[in-house]
Design a protein around this ligand. Structure first.
Ligand code: MN
Length: 724
């Protein structure tokens, strides 16, 4: 075994994170002493340099306890050093508060200690900004995911956990309200993250400290109960341990045997959630036996089974079949003296380290180490399963070389202004957010604020941002919105709104057309004829809107319906002359502009009624209009004088084949403030080409200006406005 075993002396639970009131001040020299056991001298020098920078930057700042601030980052670095984390993590730990609290900037850290360290420090600062204050379980889960999603590098999380651990160890000096908030956050957010990363030692300590700070009374009562039971069982426990140690000696096995304690928080939670009494929860003895190598684990198993009978069905071999998070151990339950069950875990030193420090253990192995491949493979597997990753994030080697894994590649987590967390798919925009909040908010939104700055609705959201939606009562969804939403909800709502609008507009237009037709026949009453009800029934409509809709969409001719309504009525003499329908633009979707002749404002136009399409506007001179024989189908229409839209116009050019002609044409058109929305080119022969273009123009004058400029291009031989 080439990884260094931390020795076989008996230890308290938590290999490296023993909690004790910190005896005396932990100094940078103490840190270096730990680092010397596993880092290169060069790396330690860099860390020492970071210490000098940090001490200088924090100079004069005090913690709530009254001690110099630098002792906090130093203590955080120590926690990571005890887990044998890499040099960049330790450096980042020492500098983790400088961006936030001092004048040192990210660029400086990057220059001095490299981009990786700068990225880690920056990542930790970002997490420090997040404050969790909701008590809902679902929100806690989302908050945890948000934190993990924001940390582009897992080491950011590890530094943050160590930071939180030290803050918890020193929480006693804070005001009670602050203490409770931080304790709750620790129990709901940080301890579960530590658990997910398999870091049992940190998790247990965070839970114990969090429990103590949040419920001091319950903590004390429970602790006293545990001490009492331990006292009662002390003799028995001692006897069992002694028997096992002697048996192992007989077998010639060197091992560390020690009792395990269930942590208070998990006892408390079990009692609370399952309504159990203390004695029901705290009912078993638990022992852990740690040995040098894997083979010995099985020999230990045999040895203890000869000493006490195993409980049938309780043996588990997590060495042969590790848990998803890389945990390995043999589990068995023995019939102890007086029939008391004894839970036994048997594992190697390396397995113990993985069980205690989880993901951090995987940084411990150097490349080429006999364990590194298996550990890496397991770490990778673990991330995939434990983190609910949807995608494979590459192979094992890639994982260790580049720990910048995107833990939630498919999601983005943002806050509402009230601090609620919304989960959206990656790439979601402000508009998706608006619809996620509420359909009405989406339908009436005009802009968003991201972290209090105005931003367009189409802005893609980033993890951790606070997003606010600005609405206006007259705002309406636009079809262009469909281009920049990614959620099904937003898309569906925009579509259904537009469809609804289309129906409304068709109904209004149909009514207008009918009134027009009636007026042409001399009917001048603002109310529709009283024959309406009878005609509706005859034609099979439930309500007038349905009839209007069919007229608006061209299913029924307004003149025919008008005639029916007026049957039997006296037609007043001198029917009204033609009062044209005013065309306000393309907004109403039951109005279409014919593609054959591309009418633009200023052109004389007529409307035709086409079933299913509603009114189609053609240029008056269009050949297709003349083909429509039935007079009743042609409507008189007119452009509204205040149109502010662009319309496509087709033009055709014949040019000499010379280099750069198309570019000159395009730049001429754009210099006139028009866009080209379509081009097709056909080579007539080697000398000339025909270019068909669709140009977006405001009106006839705008088009005429463009055509005039195009004629000035020498290569343009022929130029016409195309007509279907
Ligand atoms: Mn800190």
């Amino acid at each position: 075994m080439s990884s260094e075993p931390p020795g076989l002396k008996p230890e308290e639970e938590g290999v490296s994170l023993r909690h004790a009131p910190e005896p005396e001040r932990f100094l940078v020299s103490d840190l270096c002493a730990i680092l010397e056991t596993y880092l290169e001298p060069e790396e330690i020098k860099t860390i020492y340099r970071a210490y000098l920078v940090g001490a200088d930057a924090h100079d004069g700042q005090l913690r709530a306890s009254g001690e110099a601030y630098i002792y906090h980052p130093l203590a955080v670095a120590r926690i990571l050093a005890e887990m044998h984390m890499d040099a960049d993590s330790i450096t980042a730990a020492i500098l983790h508060d400088v961006i936030e609290d001092t004048s040192v900037e990210r660029e400086y850290i990057s220059e001095q200690f490299g981009e990786d360290v700068a990225m880690l420090v920056d990542g930790v600062s970002k997490l420090t900004h997040l404050k969790f204050d909701s008590r809902e379980e679902a929100q806690a889960a989302n908050f945890r995911k948000m934190m993990l999603a924001m940390a582009s590098d897992l080491r950011v999380i590890l530094v943050k956990l160590a930071d939180r651990l030290h803050n918890m160890r020193t929480i006693g000096v804070l005001r009670p309200d602050k203490r409770r908030r931080i304790a709750r956050e620790t129990l709901e957010i940080y301890a579960p993250i530590a658990q997910r990363l398999g870091m049992s030692a940190i998790r247990r300590e965070l839970e114990r400290l969090g429990f103590e700070a949040l419920y001091p009374m319950r903590y004390r009562v429970l602790e006293a109960s545990v001490q009492r039971v331990k006292g009662q069982r002390k003799e028995l426990m001692h006897k069992v341990e002694g028997a096992i140690v002697r048996r192992l000696e007989e077998y010639g096995i060197q091992a560390r045997v020690h009792g395990r304690e269930k942590n208070l928080w998990s006892i408390y939670r079990k009692m609370r959630d399952k309504h159990l009494s203390f004695s029901e929860v705290f009912d078993v003895f638990a022992l852990r036996i740690v040995v040098e190598n894997k083979d010995t684990c099985y020999r230990v198993l045999g040895a203890v089974h000869t000493l006490y009978k195993p409980l049938p069905g309780r043996f588990k071999d997590y060495i042969a079949i590790p848990k998803a998070n890389g945990y390995q151990s043999l589990h068995t339950v023995l019939f102890g003296p007086h029939g008391i069950p004894i839970e036994v875990q048997i594992r190697t030193v390396a397995m113990d380290r993985v069980a205690e420090t989880g993901i951090a253990a995987h940084w411990h192995y150097k490349t080429g180490d006999e364990h590194s491949n298996a550990a890496q493979r397991r770490a990778h597997e673990w991330l995939r399963t434990v983190m609910d990753l949807q995608h494979n994030t590459g192979n094992a080697l890639e994982f260790m070389e580049n720990v910048k894994v995107d833990l939630f590649p498919d999601e983005v987590y943002v806050f509402t202004p009230l601090g609620e967390i919304m989960e959206l798919p990656r790439g979601a925009t402000g508009l998706d957010f608006a619809y996620a909040v509420h359909t009405d908010i989406g339908n009436s939104c005009v802009a968003i604020k991201i972290d209090r700055h105005l931003a367009p609705l189409s802005t893609p959201l980033q993890n951790g941002q606070t997003v606010e939606v600005l609405t206006a009562p007259n705002a309406r969804p636009k079809s262009a919105w469909l281009n920049y939403v990614v959620t099904a909800k937003a898309r569906h709502n925009i579509r259904s709104f537009l469809k609804n609008i289309r129906r409304q507009e068709a109904v209004e237009q149909g009514r207008l057309l009918l009134e027009n037709a009636l007026a042409q026949k001399g009917y001048r009453d603002p109310e529709l004829p009283e024959t309406l009800a009878a005609v509706l029934e005859e034609l099979g409509y439930a309500k007038p809107e349905d009839l209007f809709f069919d007229i608006g969409t061209g299913e029924r001719l307004p003149t025919v319906v008008a005639a029916r309504l007026l049957t039997g009525r006296e037609t007043p003499a001198g029917g009204d002359s033609d009062s044209p329908l005013i065309i306000e633009g393309a907004e109403g979707m039951v109005l279409n502009f014919a593609r054959c002749c591309t009418p633009i404002p200023g052109d004389p136009i007529v409307g035709t009624m086409t079933a299913g399409k509603g009114i189609v506007i053609h240029r008056a001179e269009c050949a297709n209009v003349r083909r429509i024989s039935d007079d009743g189908r042609v409507l008189s229409v007119e452009w509204s004088p205040d149109l502010d839209e662009e319309f496509p116009a087709s033009i055709r050019l014949v040019t000499r084949n010379e280099r750069g002609v198309l570019a000159r044409i395009a730049s001429t058109i754009s210099s006139q403030g028009a866009n080209i929305s379509g081009v097709t080119i056909s080579d007539d022969d080697s000398m000339a080409s025909t270019i068909n273009m669709v140009v977006e123009v405001r009106n006839r004058k705008h088009l005429a200006d463009i055509l005039r400029k195009l004629r000035n291009i020498p290569e343009v031989m022929k130029l016409i406005r195309a007509l279907g």
